[in-house]
Design a protein around this ligand. Structure first.
Ligand code: ATP
Length: 266
């Protein structure tokens, strides 16, 4: 087996990060190590302020760790980012209101003209169709519902066909029904476009439905408390919610959260 295959995916090794001036420094990530295999979906859950977004930003290369390393497919985050191998979906869709939905999804190709030379890119129209937005391509973001806007933002993140997709609570602004619909849409797309995914969420059912593994973080300092395997069969559909295995996993994850939050109700 070649080294490239062994190193495929994301490898976070002993990452630490603190914020604040000397004397009032807060350790937000304390010796965090995690791997995400190629095509593996990993969710991160934990109390507010435990460092979930900070971990995602370190993996995205948006902030530097104080210690430790992150490797993407065996290379540095900087190299992977320059090669557009990292896709990022933020909490809010951040679409440009004066551009059509199609032009928003095309935007990464326009602003990174050099990056698409010699590498696979996805057809923005096909991506939008896969996310059920084929009819909305010529509309402006303001004419779309919140869920549709977020789907457009997800489609945009797939334009460079990245090896790794980072998502920071992409559905948190949506109401529960809409949220469930978007989550099932993402699941459907991902099941036929397997990427390594790091997905931050506060929702236990969402984490279970989507993930192969759930990383439970604890706060003060932010660290990985435990990792829970989700061995529900794939492909999953909404029927999985009703299974005994799903309910048992819900109990396991809620118990873990209850413990890391020192007994608080979750
Ligand atoms: N740039 C920064 N400067 C100073 N402190 C920061 C910075 N970014 C994050 N923090 C602090 O680091 C801690 C972890 O923040 P982070 O956003 O990673 O947590 P989180 O687990 O994603 O929280 P939430 O679930 O509420 O979104 C918080 O106490 C936050 O105030």
């Amino acid at each position: 087996m070649s080294a490239a295959v062994i190193d495929a995916g994301v490898r976070v090794s002993n990452v630490s990060k603190s914020f604040g001036a000397d004397g009032s420094r807060v350790t937000v990530l304390d010796d965090v190590s995690l791997t995400i295999g190629m095509g593996e979906f990993v969710s991160v859950i934990g109390p507010s302020g435990c460092g979930k977004s900070t971990l995602l930003k370190v993996v995205a290369g948006l902030i530097d760790a104080d210690g430790g390393t992150v490797q993407i497919d065996g290379s540095t985050v900087r190299a992977a980012a320059a090669d557009k191998r990292i896709g990022l979906v933020p909490q809010s869709p951040a679409l440009l209101p004066w551009r059509t939905v199609l032009d928003n999804v095309r935007l990464p190709l326009t602003v990174n003209r050099r990056a698409d030379a010699g590498r696979a890119i996805r057809d923005p129209k096909e991506l939008l169709a896969s996310f059920g937005l084929g009819h909305a391509m010529q509309k402006y973001p303001g004419q779309l519902s919140g869920g549709m806007q977020q789907r457009a933002a997800i489609a945009r993140a797939f334009v460079f066909d990245p090896a790794i997709m980072l998502m920071d609570e992409p559905f948190s602004a949506l109401d529960e029904m809409n949220r469930d619909q978007q989550r099932l849409g993402l699941l459907d797309f991902w099941q036929s476009n397997r990427k390594a995914v790091l997905f931050v969420t506060h929702s236990v059912p969402e984490a279970i439905m989507l993930s192969d593994r759930i990383v439970v973080m604890a706060a003060h300092p932010g660290r990985i408390d435990r990792i829970i395997d989700v061995d529900l069969p794939r492909p999953r559909t909404e029927e999985a919610y009703a299974s005994d295995e799903f309910r048992e996993l819900e109990r396991v994850v809620r118990t873990a959260l209850h413990e890391v939050m020192g007994g608080a109700h979750v």
